[in-house]
Design a protein around this ligand. Structure first.
Ligand code: PSU
Ligand code: MN
Length: 302
């Protein structure tokens, strides 16, 4: 197989020890340089701190890597030419020996291929506002409907149409649970304003659902564990609403489309909230990565 799994990750998988997949688009295209490299290293440390092995995923020189060393992480963080790869882009990148950061969809696909069951990220992609005009819906959703992986996230990015995204997840049959809450989190915000049907309160409870997915033969679609950013660390909801409106207007005005939309909006929010959106984003990702490690541990204990 074309996958290149690092020795540390391969050993952990074979020994049944906990492993957490991490994506690289958030590093390359979701966070400002040079902070992004520090965050990437910090997230890996957070996974290790909980006793699990981090497996950051990216494609370098056409090789899909599961588990990056420091030099490889540095390339992902610092190479301004690095592409953004959704799962449909993977064959092109491999054939062209290209390098790219993997989105949720590409990371989930590659991690599942490597036999990794738990993946932690910031916020999922989803249905964009103005979907009726642009039909812009992240490939994350369709891929998660076809991939058996548990994804810990702070909901979907609040730049999206959240209720439409929740509806789409329901239609696609993707399992969604709130972690310690009956509200769907709002990425930068603890509460998106929308409810979820199921609440899980401990890593063992999540692992129990994963085992039930296997027992029922329905583990070919994902389990989304939606973990809210702590209220004390969320972005001020009023500031969020105001700047997001501006960001969406700026995006439309400049005619930005396709893969560039999400990075543009995230960057706009960072610059126009004095970094407050970045702090909330980082708090959310940190919490998700730690929870992912605890879920992977409960799962490995199985
Ligand atoms: N979460 C973050 N920052 C990000 C992303 C998620 O905190 O940058 C990335 C993920 O890789 C996700 C992608 O898959 O944004 C969605 O992009 P699009 O809307 O173009 O599918
Ligand atoms: Mn899109």
């Amino acid at each position: 197989m074309v996958l290149v799994v690092s020795e540390e990750v391969q050993e952990a998988i074979e020994a049944g020890r906990p492993v957490v997949a991490l994506e690289s688009t958030i590093i390359a295209h979701g966070l400002p340089r040079p902070r992004n490299l520090r965050v990437a290293l910090e997230l890996e440390d957070a996974v290790r701190g909980e006793g699990a092995v981090p497996a950051t995923v990216a494609v370098l020189d056409g090789r899909p890597l599961i588990g990056l060393d420091k030099a490889q992480l540095e390339r992902v963080a610092n190479d301004s030419g690095i592409r953004k790869l959704g799962h449909r882009d993977l064959p092109f990148a491999v054939a062209a020996r290209a390098s790219g950061a993997t989105t949720v969809s590409a990371t989930a696909r590659l991690a599942a291929l490597a036999g990794i069951r738990v993946f932690a990220t910031g916020g999922l992609g989803g249905v964009h506002r103005e979907w009726t005009v642009t039909q812009d819906e992240s490939a994350d959703l369709g891929l998660l409907a076809r991939t058996g992986i548990t994804v810990v996230c702070a909901g979907v990015k609040s730049i999206l149409d959240v209720p439409a995204t929740l509806q789409r997840l329901e239609t696609l049959g993707v399992a969604v649970a709130g972690y310690g809450t009956d509200r769907f989190p709002g990425f930068y915000l603890s509460d998106s304003g929308h409810p979820v049907d199921w609440t899980l309160n401990a890593p063992e409870e999540v692992a129990e659902v994963m085992r039930a997915q296997d027992a029922l033969g329905v583990a070919e679609s994902a389990l989304i564990v939606a973990n809210p950013v702590p209220e004390a660390e969320q972005l001020d909801p009023e500031l969020h609403a105001r700047v997001l409106d501006e960001a969406l207007a700026a995006c439309a005005e400049r005619g930005i489309t396709g893969q560039a939309v999400t990075p543009f909006l995230l960057d706009y929010l960072v610059r126009h909230t004095d970094g407050a959106s970045l702090r909330a984003n980082l708090a959310a990702v940190r919490g998700n990565v730690r929870l992912g490690a605890r879920i992977a541990t409960a799962w490995a204990r199985g």
